[in-house]
Design a protein around this ligand. Structure first.
Ligand SMILES: [Zn+2]
Length: 323
C-alpha cells in the first residue's frame, strides 16, 4: 500500500529544491561538483525511504514521467539505492553544496542562504505524532568549527549538521556507516567507543560554535554543546560553553553537528589531527589497536541493523555509493 500523499511532501520538496540549485549552476564552474551532490542527494533520500519502516519508493515521490527525466540524468542513484549505502544524510550534502556556493569563510551568507532554503522547504507542523517523515530531512543544528594558530590567524571553517533522519534505526544506521566510512578515524573512535570510555583530547585552539534552528522563526540561534559532546570531544573551546542547566541528551553519541564538523576539520588538517590524543577511561590509548575495534564495532552494528537486505553480502561485505 502506498503512503498517504502528505507523508511524501518533505523529501519531494527537498529533491525539487536541490534540482533548482543544480539547474542554477549547470553552466558555471561548480557544474560537476553540484551534479555529484544531486546524485548523492537522490541516493541518500531513496535509501532512507527504502529502510523506513513504511517503505517509501522513488515512485512514491514523483509521477512516472518526472521520474524518467530524473533517471535519464541521474541513473546511478536509481540503480544503487537498494544495494549501496550512502555516506551521509541528504541535509549534510545540502550543507556542503551551500558552503561550496557561498564560500566557507562567509559564515553569515551560508547561514542566511540555509535559512532561506529551509523557509521555502518548510511544511506545516503536523498535528499527529504519527507523521513520522516530518523532520526526516532537516537537520536542526549546524556546527561551525575552526582551528586558531598561535599568530591568531583564523583558519578555514568547517561545517557540520546534526543527523537529519527521524527514527532510532535510521539514526543508528547513519552513525554506524559514518564510523565505518565517513568520519575521520579519531572522531569515529570517540563515537563508536564512547560507551566504553572512549574519547579524544583536542587542543583548546579548536573552536566550535553550534546553531539551532528555532522552529517557526526561520533563523538560527546559538546553542551550547550537550554532555555527550563534552564527554567525547575533550579540550575543545565551545561557544557558548556548556552549562549544568543544559538539557540532557536524549540522542545517541555521534548524532550532534559537532561530530561532522570536527571530523572535517581533522581530515583537512593532518598536523592538527596528529596533536589529538586518543583516550580510554582518561588514559592514553593506542589508536592502531583500536582501529580494528572501531571497524568491527561499526560493521557488526550495520550487519545487525540491515540484516535481510541487499546492503550486506557474504556476511559483512558492504558497498558505499560513489556519485
Ligand atoms: Zn552534542
Amino acid at each position: 500500500m502506498k503512503n498517504a500523499p502528505d507523508q511524501k511532501l518533505d523529501p519531494r520538496r527537498f529533491i525539487l529544491k536541490f534540482l533548482k540549485i543544480y539547474e542554477e549552476h549547470i553552466t558555471d564552474k561548480l557544474k560537476t561538483v553540484i551534479h555529484g551532490y544531486m546524485s548523492e542527494v537522490l541516493h541518500s533520500i531513496f535509501f532512507l525511504g527504502n529502510i523506513h519502516k513504511k517503505k517509501i519508493m522513488p515512485t512514491d515521490f514523483f509521477a512516472e514521467k518526472d521520474l524518467l527525466k530524473l533517471n535519464n540524468k541521474f541513473s546511478k542513484p536509481f540503480n544503487e539505492f537498494c544495494t549501496h549505502l550512502p555516506t551521509r544524510t541528504p541535509f549534510s550534502i545540502l550543507l556542503d553544496a551551500v558552503v561550496k556556493i557561498k564560500g566557507s569563510q562567509n559564515e553569515t551568507q551560508v547561514m542566511e542562504y540555509l535559512s532561506t532554503l529551509l523557509k521555502e522547504l518548510s511544511v506545516p507542523k503536523p498535528t499527529k505524532m504519527t507523521y513520522s517523515n516530518y523532520y526526516t530531512l532537516e537537520a536542526t543544528v549546524i556546527c561551525i568549527c575552526h582551528y586558531e594558530t598561535t599568530g591568531g590567524k583564523t583558519m578555514n571553517k568547517f561545517y557540520g549538521a546534526s543527523l537529519s533522519c527521524k527514527g532510532l534505526r535510521e539514526q543508528q544506521v547513519i552513525i554506524s556507516l559514518s564510523c565505518r566510512h565517513t568520519w575521520t578515524l579519531k572522531v569515529a573512535y570517540a563515537v563508536a567507543l564512547a560507551g566504553q570510555g572512549g574519547a579524544i583530547q583536542l587542543p583548546q585552539t579548536v573552536k566550535c560554535k553550534a546553531f539551532k534552528r528555532i522552529g517557526g522563526k526561520d533563523h538560527y540561534c546559538e546553542k551550547p554543546p550537550c554532555t555527550n559532546c563534552i564527554n567525547i570531544f575533550k579540550g575543545v573551546t565551545f561557544e557558548p560553553c556548556h552549562s549544568e542547566a543544559d538539557e540532557e541528551p536524549k540522542w545517541p553519541y555521534g548524532n550532534c553537528a559537532e561530530t561532522e564538523s570536527l571530523s572535517k576539520l581533522l581530515h583537512a588538517d593532518s598536523a592538527l589531527c596528529e596533536q589529538v590524543q586518543v583516550l580510554k577511561n582518561n588514559m592514553t590509548a593506542d589508536l592502531d589497536l583500536e582501529r580494528r575495534t572501531v571497524w568491527s564495532h561499526a560493521t557488526s552494528r550495520l550487519v545487525e541493523l540491515l540484516s535481510r537486505t541487499d546492503y550486506v553480502r557474504n556476511g559483512n561485505d558492504i558497498q558505499f555509493f560513489v556519485p
